[in-house]
Design a protein around this ligand. Structure first.
Ligand code: ADP
Ligand code: MG
Length: 330
């Protein structure tokens, strides 16, 4: 992997523009940094099968900052572990920065985890070595990748700590830092070898709200200044107000997305919720829509000039009769 300093990275124009990236997204995700296609992960323990991912499709462009939300057990950690190269899918496809996650050897996987992805665990203690200072923790992955001399590693480590707002912690041991400070050091560790993608699994789950804000701000800074693609799992509903794209996962599949854009007045943001259409043309209708029209088993579709109409099947005894449903249209 090519190595450049933070300064070179930020001033060279190598940073992908998020707006361009989103507008230019090709069908099929050829330009996506993260591309999952019908991804399946089945856990079998003691003869019981759990389908943690059930044919998940996901495209994330270079430079995006995306939040992933969903109920406990919906498959968020399973997806992140696969993208991090810590676990392998049962079926389907997953590519990250051009690496095919189903075709990697053990050796490829090690190099992938070291240089292509950075990973942040929820448990602060899991991200840092307790016997190393913050700067030594950040320098360690660089040492393992054997790309720099000692003094260069130290100065880059301090630069990264300054970027995440914890430069003052450089010579402190983990025990001398708060949980939020440790997580911001952990972001530095994850960025040490200039990964294409930074994955974080509920990185603020154990923090008070002020520390959580600081950690999230550090993720945003990393995204904006280094152009690293960030995918962050969160339980915090506030977070989706701070990102452009929030993806909701339900039963091992992406169900909806919320996209946030600047409003016409330039002052505020507008958030719009979308259902996700998969490659086979399937989509999920929100539960409250289904309940309010009594939809079940099958529905009638009609193509209109600019939308698709969905009606309950009258014979199946939908709550609204055929007259109502069609009467509305005429
Ligand atoms: P989330 O992170 O959204 O809470 P997970 O990805 O951890 O969800 O889990 C998804 C489903 O897979 C859950 O039903 C969970 O119990 C199951 N699961 C996760 N890890 C394992 C495992 N190692 N063995 C068996 N089942 C697992
Ligand atoms: Mg989880």
């Amino acid at each position: 992997m090519q190595r450049t300093s933070i300064d070179e990275l930020t001033s060279s124009g190598a940073r992908p523009s998020r707006d361009q990236g989103q507008a230019a997204r090709p069908p099929g995700g050829d330009g996506a940094v993260i591309a999952c296609d019908r991804l399946v992960r089945i856990y079998s323990t003691a003869g019981i099968e759990v389908q943690a991912l059930q044919g998940l499709d996901l495209l994330v462009d270079a430079g995006e900052l995306t939040a992933l939300v969903g109920a406990s057990g919906s498959g968020k950690s399973t997806l992140l572990n696969i993208l991090a190269g810590l676990d392998t899918p049962t079926a389907g496809q997953a590519r990250v920065a051009g690496h095919d996650l189903l075709a990697m050897t053990a050796r490829d996987r090690l190099g992938y985890r070291r240089a292509v992805v950075g990973f942040l665990w929820q448990q602060t203690g899991r991200n840092l070595f307790s016997h190393l200072t913050a700067a030594e923790n950040v320098a360690l992955p660089m040492r393992l990748a054997r790309g720099r001399h000692r003094a260069q590693r130290r100065s880059r480590a301090v630069e990264l700590l300054e970027m995440t707002g914890v430069g003052y912690c450089a010579d402190r041991m983990p025990a001398q830092m708060s949980g939020g400070e440790q997580q911001r050091v952990a972001i530095g560790i994850a960025l040490a070898n200039q990964p294409a993608v930074l994955l974080a699994d509920e990185p603020t789950g154990e923090l008070d709200s002020e520390s959580a804000d600081q950690v999230f701000a550090a993720l945003r800074t990393a995204n904006a200044e280094l152009g690293v693609t960030v995918l962050v799992v969160t339980h915090d509903p506030q977070v989706s107000a701070q990102v452009r794209r929030t993806i909701a996962i339900r039963d091992g599949k992406i169900s909806t997305e919320v996209l946030r854009r600047a409003a016409a007045d330039g002052q505020s943001d507008v958030a719009e919720e979308y259902s996700v259409l998969d490659r086979a043309g399937r989509l999920q209708i929100p539960r409250d829509f289904i309940e309010s029209l009594g939809l079940r088993d099958r529905v009638r579709l009609a193509l209109e000039p600019d939308h698709v109409g969905v009606w309950p099947d009258a014979q199946a005894g939908g709550r609204r009769g055929v007259k109502d449903a069609y009467g509305e249209e005429e």
